[in-house]
Ligand binder design. Structure first.
Ligand SMILES: C[S@@+](CC[C@H](N)C(=O)[O-])C[C@H]1O[C@@H](n2cnc3c(N)ncnc32)[C@H](O)[C@@H]1O
Length: 301
C-alpha cells in the first residue's frame, strides 16, 4: 500500500499538482526503491493528494525533507521528527536516505551526525524507527528511548492512511496510549470515512479485490464513528471534516490552478470520493472558543 501511495504522489508531483523534489528518490520510476509501478493515476486521485493538508510521516513520505528545504531557517520547525513504520518499510527508507545525496543533504548533510543500522536511523532532529502500531507500549518506549522524545513537550502525531489497516481495538489502544502519555499533544489523521453507504461498500470491495483488507474499516463507517473513536480513546476534543468540506474551503485560485491540470470526466465522482475521505483532528485539551482563539492569535501577532 505504501508503494501505491508513493507512486500516486510521484504522478501528482510530475504533473505539477504540488512540489516534492524528493518523491522520485523514494519511489521506483525515478531511481528510487519503492515499487508501485509507473502507471498513470486518474485526476481524481491526484487532486485528492494535492488537497491533503498534511503528508504523514510513514512509509516513503518525504514531508520532513520538504519542510527543511522549503524553510531551512524557520524557528517553528519541530525539534524532533520521527518517521515510524513497520520494519520492512523503515529498512527501505534507511537505505534510500543513506544512499541518496539529495535526501542526505535535506536532513542536514555533513552538519549532523548520522547513526544508523539496517532498520533505523538517527540524525537528530530526524529519526526513522521501526514500530508496530499494534503494540502501543512498545511504540511509546521506542519514541522515548531511541529518539529521545519528551512526552511532556508539545507533540503532533500524523497518521495518513494508516489506522485503517489496524484492527479497531488496536487503533483505539494506540490512540488511548498517545492521549494518555503525551499530555500536550494533537493528532492529525487522514483516512476513509462514510464506508457504510453504497459508494463506501464499493470502495471496500475494490480494496479487497486488490488483496487489501481494511481491518479497521468499522471505525470509518461515518464522521461520527471516526470522532467517537477519538473521544473513547480519551482525547478531550475531536473534530472530523470530510475532504469535500476541506476542498470547498481551500482558496479558490489554488483549486482553479489544480483543476486546469487535468479535466475530470464528471465532477460528481470526484465529490463522492472526497465525501469518503476525512481529516480528523484531536487535541489533549478542549478546543478554545472562537473569541478565545481570536484573542490568543491577536496576542501572538
Ligand atoms: C497506504 S500506506 C501510507 C503511507 C504514507 N502514510 C502515505 O500516505 O504516503 C500505509 C502505511 O501504513 C503502514 N502500516 C500498516 N500497518 C502498520 C502497523 N501495524 N504498524 C506500523 N505501520 C503500519 C504500512 O507499512 C504503510 O507504510
Amino acid at each position: 500500500t505504501n508503494d501505491d501511495a508513493a507512486a500516486s504522489k510521484r504522478h501528482a508531483v510530475r504533473l505539477g499538482y504540488y512540489e516534492d523534489p524528493f518523491i522520485t528518490a523514494v519511489s521506483r520510476g525515478g531511481g528510487g526503491f519503492a515499487g508501485g509501478g509507473d502507471a498513470s493515476k486518474p485526476p481524481e486521485i491526484s487532486r485528492g493528494y494535492w488537497a491533503r493538508v498534511v503528508n504523514l510521516g510513514a512509509g516513503s513520505d518525504t514531508t520532513y525533507m520538504c519542510l527543511c528545504t522549503s524553510w531551512p531557517q524557520a524557528d517553528w520547525l519541530p525539534c524532533k521528527w520521527v518517521d515510524a513504520d513497520l520494519q520492512d518499510n523503515t529498512s527501505r527508507k534507511v537505505l534510500q536516505v543513506t544512499s541518496n545525496r539529495q535526501l542526505l543533504e535535506a536532513i542536514g548533510g555533513d552538519e549532523v551526525d548520522i547513526v544508523h543500522n539496517r532498520h533505523e536511523l538517527h540524525a537528530d532532529p530526524y529519526h526513522i524507527v521501526p514500530a508496530d502500531l499494534r503494540d502501543p507500549a512498545a511504540v511509546v518506549s521506542t519514541l522515548r528511548s531511541s529518539c529521545g522524545l519528551d512526552a511532556d513537550l508539545p507533540t503532533i502525531f500524523l497518521a495518513e492512511c494508516v489506522l485503517v489497516y489496524l484492527p479497531v481495538e488496536s487503533s483505539e489502544k494506540l490512540l488511548a496510549q498517545l492521549a494518555n502519555q503525551f499530555t500536550k499533544s494533537a493528532l492529525l489523521h487522514y483516512e476513509q470515512v462514510n464506508l457504510s453507504d453504497r459508494f463506501g461498500e464499493v470502495m471496500l470491495s475494490n480494496f479487497r479485490s486488490r488483496g487489501c483488507d481494511l481491518a479497521g474499516s468499522a471505525a470509518c463507517a461515518s464522521e461520527d464513528a471516526q470522532r467517537q473513536r477519538l473521544l473513547r480513546a480519551g482525547w478531550p476534543a475531536a473534530a472530523v471534516w470530510t475532504m469535500r468540506r476541506v476542498y470547498a474551503a481551500l482558496p479558490q485560485p489554488a483549486t482553479a490552478r489544480v483543476e486546469r491540470i487535468e479535466m475530470l470526466d464528471e465532477r460528481e465522482g470526484f465529490d463522492q470520493l472526497l465525501e469518503h475521505y476525512c481529516i480528523a483532528y484531536a487535541a489533549s485539551s478542549p478546543f478554545p472558543s472562537e473569541p478565545d482563539l481570536a484573542n490568543r492569535l491577536a496576542s501572538v501577532r
